[in-house]
Write a protein that binds this ligand. Structure first.
Ligand SMILES: Nc1ncnc2c1ncn2[C@@H]1O[C@H](COP(=O)(O)OP(=O)(O)OP(=O)(O)O)[C@@H](O)[C@H]1O
Length: 292
């Protein structure tokens, strides 16, 4: 079952549409990154998915339960939406986490130590939060969000304000959590970084989900052949080809290049080039949002 699902979600502020009919889903163990220019609605979408804002149309589900109708659905959710998360400044990091733990019914001192260690906060755990740097607060926010072992984690720009070590720490943590089966939806402007481990990237623009890119990690190849449309159609029929799509004046496909070449030549296509293809997410993204 999908861990998180948005069904035709729209949001208007007054008469102004911000999101129009966005549907997406995130499976357990999947990292789904939301990208889009400033003002494209990423934060709004995240607020709708977590139940912090109501959609004008459409519905949001967490593990099959409607987030806006069943507050209990949120027990499976960990989220950092307003960054840095609000903490009591006169309490220490550990005391703040204890408060969170009590509110979510965790009451497990060992778990508090575990998440502090995971976020590399043990050295400052017993200092008051008012003395924390922005990056330390960000990490404490994430520590609070994962304290109750949520099955779904929703994060708005989880690496903003972090130094390079902090950025790496968060990326590593998210990969580990995904391997443990957590479904993760995050928004980001740092496409190249999340492309290393995100499974899918949703591109928002003009209030719509313009595209979803699956980052499979499989070997891809770029083919230049004539006629190109026919070559694309042929590749799509081959069992050795997992996926194929048009990109500019080439076809990009995943699969076995030898089998593809044999089939193309056997059918009389003129093959001009068949080379390994490195998918550049940033290039693709820029092309996708250029005309919005
Ligand atoms: N409470 C609100 N009232 C009115 N308009 C809002 C409200 N919240 C967001 N908006 C508008 O909705 C649009 C989308 O904002 P949102 O913050 O979701 O974008 P974003 O993609 O997260 O942007 P950024 O990349 O800058 O963080 C913006 O034009 C914003 O001005």
């Amino acid at each position: 079952m999908e861990a998180l699902r948005l069904e035709g979600v729209s949001k208007r502020y007054g008469r102004r549409p911000v999101l129009e009919g966005v549907s997406l889903s995130v499976r357990p163990g999947e990292v789904y990154a939301l990208a889009g220019p400033n003002g494209s609605g990423k934060t709004t979408l995240i607020r709708l998915a977590t139940g912090l804002a109501f959609p004008t149309k459409g519905r949001a589900f967490l593990l099959g339960e409607d987030v806006h109708k069943s507050p209990a659905a949120r027990r499976h959710l960990g989220a950092v939406v307003e960054a840095p998360a609000a903490f009591y400044p006169y309490l220490t990091g550990r005391e703040n986490l204890r408060m969170h733990a009590r509110l979510s019914g965790v009451e497990d001192e060992a778990r508090i130590g575990e998440v502090l260690a995971r976020l590399k906060l043990l050295a400052v755990a017993d200092q008051k939060v008012e003395g924390y740097s922005l990056g330390q607060r960000q990490r404490l926010g994430l520590a609070a969000a994962i304290l109750h072992r949520p099955k779904v984690l929703v994060l708005d720009e989880p690496t903003s304000g972090l130094d390079p070590e902090g950025v790496e720490l968060v990326h590593r943590l998210l990969q580990e959590l995904a391997r443990e089966g957590v479904a993760i939806l995050l928004s980001t402007h740092h496409l190249q970084e999340v492309a290393r481990y995100a499974h899918r990237v949703g591109i928002l623009g003009g209030g719509r989900l313009l595209d979803e890119v699956a980052l499979s990690g499989k070997e891809a190849y770029r083919l230049e052949a004539e006629p190109l449309e026919g070559a694309l159609a042929l590749l799509k029929t081959l069992p050795q080809v997992a996926s194929a799509r048009l990109q500019g004046r080439s076809v990009v496909f995943e699969g076995e290049p030898e089998a593809a070449l044999r089939a193309l030549l056997a059918e009389g296509y003129r093959v001009r080039a068949l080379v390994p293809h490195r998918f550049d997410l940033l290039d693709y993204y820029q092309e996708r949002v250029r005309h919005v």
